[in-house]
Design a protein around this ligand. Sequence first.
Ligand SMILES: Nc1ncnc2c1ncn2[C@@H]1O[C@H](COP(=O)(O)OP(=O)(O)O)[C@@H](O)[C@H]1O
Ligand SMILES: O=C(O)c1ccc[n+]([C@@H]2O[C@H](COP(=O)([O-])O)[C@@H](O)[C@H]2O)c1
Ligand SMILES: [Mg+2]
Length: 195
Amino acid sequence: MKVIVGIARMTNGGKTTLTNSLLKSLPNCCVIHQDDFFKPQDQIAVGEDGFKQWDVLESLDMEAMLSTVQAWARNPRKFARAHGVSVHPDFSDTHILILEGFLLYSYKPLVDLFSRRYFLTVPYEECKRRRSTRNYEVPDPPGLFDGHVWPMYQKYKREMEANGVEVVYLDGTKSREELFHQVLEDIQNSLLNHS
Ligand SMILES: Nc1ncnc2c1ncn2[C@@H]1O[C@H](COP(=O)(O)OP(=O)(O)O)[C@@H](O)[C@H]1O
Ligand SMILES: O=C(O)c1ccc[n+]([C@@H]2O[C@H](COP(=O)([O-])O)[C@@H](O)[C@H]2O)c1
Ligand SMILES: [Mg+2]
């Protein structure tokens, strides 16, 4: 059985934190981080607003990300080995892939591959506060959050809803532990339903 789980959305919603906890508890579980597919800085367009347009689909090499997912799907055992994940003998027929990132459900070739699509949200003020404490490889210029990050978040969310993409919303203001147990239990239940 092969299962692809999406841990998506809001910047600073807690995706990477939650993903890292799940990885330790799910058997034969590999991960692909969407952040690893940002194009180089000189290929990021500058918008009419003057900001580099990091938070649009075109800033990511989604074809390369899809190829990586396909490599896992062709041979999850080989993929696990190559990524240092040892295959658990008791669960050798179960393979889980977590895709983690802020724009997972807006790229058509990927969207139907998920068994479960999680969508972490936190209120605007909390998101902005957490973001202001982060150090990205390319630091945020002043005004980026309100001028680019937040409007793009809203635009893609509207589009996703208009396209009828089904997601499981998660309240990112819950504690790390609560979120972890909620999602772990939910994935375990959906594994039972698949088997
Ligand atoms: N459940 C939570 N409650 C409070 N703070 C959290 C929670 N999960 C993550 N954080 C904090 O929020 C920030 C962003 O978390 P991170 O997992 O990197 O988010 P993302 O990958 O969605 O951008 C980090 O400082 C992290 O420690
Ligand atoms: O990782 C990078 O190279 C990078 C460079 C510039 C910007 N980012 C920001 O990374 C954000 C997505 O990551 P995250 O963990 O906050 O969801 C997105 O909102 C971008 O604005 C990330
Ligand atoms: Mg992250």
